[in-house]
Design a protein around this ligand. Structure first.
Ligand SMILES: [Zn+2]
Ligand SMILES: [Zn+2]
Length: 335
């Protein structure tokens, strides 16, 4: 009888697959890495060979330069490759453009390392595809029943309502530069906002890359210093940190908004001085986590990366086998 730990073990560098001799999302340089998606805590530079989707490799090139690894192995969704007897394939994770679950098959055993994921529709990337497996490694960023994210359309409608209500003020929306910003822009376009959207300099390259990879964002303009004064009634998207920086002082009396799953916690919004909290996450909320586990009834659950205890308790009540996986070095890009 094979044990899951014969295939995968947590190590300080990250989750290690010993029969295939590679790491998944290693946090330190390793000779062979499988990278689930482009967020900087999962996708680091300095590895030997990086196996990832072509989109994730393009994002890593954009962030770190062409020499971010000694070699790269692009693998499209659904394509199967062999590494020392371990079959690796990538399935969409619905998290950001190019994000993938790593599916490992070895001696009749299937393990899925989902990286970060969500289940709701995202117009900037392919939706999560459940893969039946014996072991499912899940994140737990919002792994408590209090975390239930509203529909995106509601949050976008609240933003547009505020823009109509305060036409004399610019709306500054903090959004993570990879994934959240582009999703927000697409959702605004779907809601009928056709005006140029103004973006902070730190977002320009990733927005351009999304467009190169086929995600249309509509007219974007740089939110330059000279423009600051005359962006009344406009929407400006910036990294969350810029909301508190000198950069934001160029706008007269702006409405500050922040798009993050954490905005359901009022104290966090208050702490950051956010006037218009928008609850939008690229991570599964409680219901999405639970429905995913229910769709994979045979899988042993390894829970990591957040609030493991709530999910372990759920698993116990449901009679599901689950354990916490201690992995360190990952941050929460929404925080
Ligand atoms: Zn992520
Ligand atoms: Zn993550």
């Amino acid at each position: 009888m094979m044990r899951p730990q014969d295939l995968l073990q947590p190590r300080p560098e990250g989750l290690y697959c010993s029969p295939g001799d590679f790491y998944i999302d290693p946090v330190r340089p390793t000779p062979r890495a499988v990278v689930t998606h482009g967020h900087s805590d999962h996708a680091r530079s300095g590895h030997g060979i990086v196996l990832a989707t072509p989109e994730t490799l393009a994002i890593m090139t954009e962030r770190y330069g062409a020499d971010f690894a000694q070699g790269r192995q692009p693998v499209a969704y659904g394509e199967r490759v062999d590494r020392d007897g371990v079959e690796i394939s990538l399935a969409p994770a619905g998290h950001v453009l190019g994000s993938a679950q790593a599916v490992l098959r070895w001696r009749g055993f299937t393990a899925v390392v989902s990286g970060d994921y969500k289940r709701r529709r995202d117009p900037t990337c392919k939706g999560f595809e459940p893969v039946q497996c014996d072991l499912f490694v899940s994140e737990a960023t919002f792994g408590l029943p209090v975390f239930r994210h509203p529909p995106d359309t509601e949050e976008i409608a609240r933003l547009l309502h505020s823009v109509r209500q305060f036409p004399e003020r610019a709306h500054l929306v903090g959004a993570y530069a990879l994934g959240k910003a582009q999703r927000l822009i697409r959702l605004l376009r779907e809601a009928g906002w056709e005006r140029p959207i103004y973006i902070h300099g730190a977002m320009q390259r990733l927005c351009a890359l999304y467009e190169d990879l086929g995600v249309e964002l509509g007219p974007l303009e740089p939110a330059t210093a000279e423009r600051g004064g005359d962006l009344a009634g406009e929407i400006v998207i910036c990294p969350p940190s810029a909301l508190q920086e000198k950069w934001s002082r160029r706008f007269a009396d702006p409405v500050t908004a922040f798009a993050s799953g954490w905005m359901s916690v009022r104290a966090r919004a208050r702490q950051r001085g956010v006037e218009l909290p928008l609850v939008m996450s690229d991570h599964a909320d409680w219901d999405e986590l639970i429905s995913t586990f229910r769709e994979l009834p045979e899988a042993l659950l390894w829970i990591t990366h957040g609030r493991e205890d709530g999910l372990l308790r759920w698993a116990e009540l449901e009679g599901r086998k689950a354990q916490a996986l201690r992995l360190s070095g990952y941050e929460d890009e929404e925080d």
